[in-house]
Write a protein that binds this ligand. Structure first.
Ligand code: C2E
Ligand code: CA
Ligand code: CA
Length: 610
């Protein structure tokens, strides 16, 4: 609003301000009354004087002002004053004054004029009030807009702050995800990204690069004897040394535990790489102060070259790792370059053991089930549960390879428990659906069966799953027995007292199978595949199998032949009254889905023809 407008507005405001200025109104009215009085008195003496005319005019102006200024009340006051004046004039008219006629008309004219003015003033006031109201609304809107602007500004500020926090968190998340907190080096995930990029570049440019896998020789020892805190200190310091010595073009990463990787992104030949790593080793070998002790740290390096040894980054790490293990096998502080010929031989028990420890957690173990059939009528008898290990490192590993390792390090107890829980849970579903009323055979390892809480574990797992123990069969190999016959007898009796049956597995492979048969209460004997394989290949085996079957029958023991692969073997076993058959001829170990199909096709009650 400019200055001129403002002035006009305030003047109009003041002029139009209604009522309440009583004092001014009173003064004006008194003045008007006084003029009236003087003019009336004066009229007696000289009714035609100019002075009186002026007074009359003044009175008129004041009454007009009153009307304009105070609207309704001003108008009433002004009209009253003129009426009084008129009353006097009327009296003088009666008294015969000549001028009274003219003056009386004058008063009447004024009152008419006043009425018109008042009418217009009132209308104007209304309009003005409306203008004022609108003005107020506009200023209110202005005010609200200003408030909103302020709020917007505040919001913006908050948003800016949140953005900063988000950015900071993003950085932290990135670091958490890609940087190892202990060493401050890129972690395994970041390393894998680097590796991918490096391989893409290498393929594009035809430039090889090498990957070094590094592992400390005595880290475990430091951790075990000096505590984890010192172990962490070692990693931190070693990372520092390595960072100092790594070429700026290469990428160092800490992929876990005491394992580091170095990507040599320069086309170095083997001797140059050996010299480079040799320097690093020298630096590492300088005594390191850890806590209050000095420790000499040694490490082994495995090296592989992309495009030369392999064209896949998946294999690259495996190859470098393998080379590193080979270096370790040769002693401490060594560097070894990957040779393809060594790869398969290098899957040592130690490496399998290391991976097997993670297998349960990583869900690499699973179960398969091999069907067993009654010989006379071909009915499905049940299934033997067999374990499988799909290792991310080595592929599918045979149980014949890893079970002995698990037995050796005691892990079989845990694995065995997992097997029972899994298989009971699975087959309980079939029991409930009345699809499955056959036997479920579970292999029990020697170490597992001799564990003090084995029987309790079985009992707990059965209770937990609700699996009917009368359908359960344990397969035990005679290697379990070595000189602990009493204990074995006790375990077998306990299992049988639960309602389960117990089979003697791999019969004929041990030294004293017959001896055990007499002393231990088995429900079934499984003749080992080695004898079945020889049926029809040599006469002695034929005789052995038929003799064993009839002998076991005399002992009231049913016989199962395992590993039956051919029709001839099958015919021979049938002829010699073998009771049950299991083998590839009838069915390979299968996954749950196939078991499901098999059970639907031919349940034990309905019979299974094959
Ligand atoms: P086993 O208990 O004697 O199991 C029979 C093995 O013979 C199984 O091998 C089975 O797949 C295989 N087989 C069955 N029929 C035929 C056939 O017609 N031809 C041939 N060539 N093989 C046949 P698998 O599954 O590799 O198991 C090997 C051994 O590993 C088992 O011998 C057993 O001692 C152990 N094992 C397997 N699963 C388990 C388990 O869940 N627990 C324990 N403790 N040991 C297990
Ligand atoms: Ca078995
Ligand atoms: Ca067997």
């Amino acid at each position: 609003m400019n200055r001129k407008h403002k002035l006009r507005a305030t003047f109009a405001d003041r002029l139009m301000k209604s009522v309440n200025h009583r004092r001014t109104a009173l003064a004006m009215s008194l003045a008007a009354a006084l003029f009236l009085f003087i003019s009336v008195i004066g009229a007696f003496y000289d009714p035609t004087s100019l002075f009186l005319g002026l007074l009359l005019q003044l009175q008129m102006i004041i009454t007009i002002y009153l009307t304009l200024r105070y609207y309704f009340y001003g108008y009433i006051l002004a009209v009253s004053l003129n009426l009084i004046g008129l009353a006097f004039i009327v009296r003088q008219y009666d008294a015969g004054a000549g001028y009274a006629e003219f003056q009386g008309l004058f008063y009447v004219d004024i009152m008419i004029a006043l009425s018109i003015i008042a009418l217009y003033a009132l209308r104007n006031q209304k309009n003005f009030k409306e203008v004022l109201r609108q003005k107020e609304q506009v200023s209110k809107a202005y005010y609200q807009a200003a408030v909103s602007e302020e709020k917007l500004y505040q919001k913006n500020k908050q948003l800016e702050q949140s953005n900063q926090i988000i950015e900071r968190d993003r950085k932290q998340i990135y670091e958490l995800a890609y940087i190892d907190p202990l060493s401050g080096l890129p972690n395994r995930r970041k390393f894998q990204q680097f590796l991918k990029t490096a391989s893409v570049n290498a393929l594009r440019d035809g430039q090889p690069f090498s990957l070094v896998f590094m592992d400390f020789d005595n880290f475990k020892q430091v951790n075990d004897t000096m505590g984890h805190h010192t172990g962490d200190e070692l990693i931190r310091k070693a990372a520092q040394y390595l960072k100092e010595w790594a070429h700026p073009a290469d990428v160092l990463a800490h992929i876990g535990g005491d394992e580091f990787t170095l990507m040599i992104l320069r086309p170095l030949e083997r001797p140059a790489i050996a010299a480079y790593l040799g320097k690093m080793t020298e630096k590492l070998n300088q005594p390191m102060v850890l806590g209050d002790k000095k420790v000499v740290v040694t490490a082994c390096f495995g090296v592989t070259t992309f495009l030369k040894d392999t064209g896949s980054t998946v294999d690259l790490l495996k190859f470098a790792d393998t080379a590193m293990y080979q270096a370790k096998a040769g002693g401490k502080n060594r560097i070894c370059f990957f040779e393809k010929s060594l790869f398969n031989e290098l899957i040592t028990d130690a490496r399998l053991e290391q991976e097997l420890r993670k297998a349960l957690i990583n869900q690499e173990l699973f179960l398969v089930f091999q069907p067993q059939y009654f010989v006379p009528d071909g009915r499905l008898r049940g299934f033997e549960t067999l374990i499988r290990w799909q290792s991310s490192e080595f592929g599918l590993v045979s149980p014949a390879r890893f079970i002995p390792i698990a037995e050796h390090n005691g892990q079989i107890v845990e694995i065995g428990k997992w097997i029972m829980r899994e298989t009971f849970r699975t087959f309980k579903l079939y029991q409930d659906q009345h699809l499955f009323s056959g036997k479920l055979a579970v292999n029990v390892s020697a170490v597992q069966a001799m564990a003090p809480d084995f029987v309790t574990t079985v009992r707990d797992l059965l209770r937990e799953s609700g699996f009917d123990p009368t359908q359960l069969e344990f397969e035990i190999t005679e290697t379990a027995f070595d000189a602990r016959l009493e204990r074995v007898r006790h375990v077998i009796s306990e299992l049988r007292s639960m309602g389960a049956s117990v089979a003697l597995d791999d019969f004929g492979t041990g030294y004293s199978s017959l001896n055990y048969l007499q002393k231990l209460p088995f429900d079934l004997v499984k003749i080992d595949k080695a004898f079945i394989d020889k049926i029809h290949t040599d006469l002695k085996s034929n005789q052995f199998v038929s003799t064993i079957i009839s002998m076991l029958h005399q002992m009231n023991l049913p016989v199962l032949a395992e590993g039956v692969e051919t029709g001839e073997q099958n015919a021979f076993l049938d002829l010699n009254h073998c009771d049950i058959i299991q083998g590839y001829l009838y069915g390979r170990p299968m996954r749950m889905k196939e078991v499901d199909t098999l059970l639907r096709k031919g349940s034990p009650e309905t019979g299974h023809q094959q």
